[in-house]
Ligand binder design. Structure first.
Ligand code: NI
Length: 137
């Protein structure tokens, strides 16, 4: 059976601040620049979840994208959208909410639900020009 990749795009906007509590404001600014602003700032995050696997001969699907849409809504959009990631989202209380770390958190949440037979990749745009990918390695 051919292996095909299906993709679902989603969106959330959220505020964050990149900093380490154990560093001074000056040191945080040196490393994280404007992203260390103590009053936070926001991004329009664009998320792409990609699943690769064999086409199910019964349905013709790799994975039901309507189902994937619902999972992303429950696991990512509802907990993250219009939130302050540092303050309101448990996973980032002690984890710097960089695009890298956000993509790993999203991957880990979805991996628990998506069947093991499918490979998964997360693509997360923090800005139209800055994005990261993570596929579990
Ligand atoms: Ni930022």
């Amino acid at each position: 059976m051919p292996r095909v990749t299906v993709h679902r795009k989603a969106h959330f906007n959220a505020a964050h601040r990149l900093y380490r509590k154990d560093w001074s404001n000056e040191k945080n600014f040196e490393v994280f620049n404007k992203c260390s602003n103590e009053y936070f700032h926001g991004h329009n995050y664009e998320l792409i979840v990609s699943l690769t696997g064999e086409i199910n001969p019964d349905t013709g699907y790799v994975y039901d994208l309507g189902h994937l849409k619902q999972i992303i809504k429950e696991e990512v959009e509802e907990p993250f959208d219009h939130k302050n990631l540092n303050i309101e989202v448990e996973e980032f209380k002690n984890l710097n909410p960089t695009a890298e770390n956000i993509s790993v958190v999203i991957y880990d949440k979805l991996r628990k639900i998506i069947p093991d037979t499918l490979d998964m990749e997360i693509t997360l745009y923090e800005t139209p020009r800055n994005f990261v990918t993570y596929s579990g390695n």
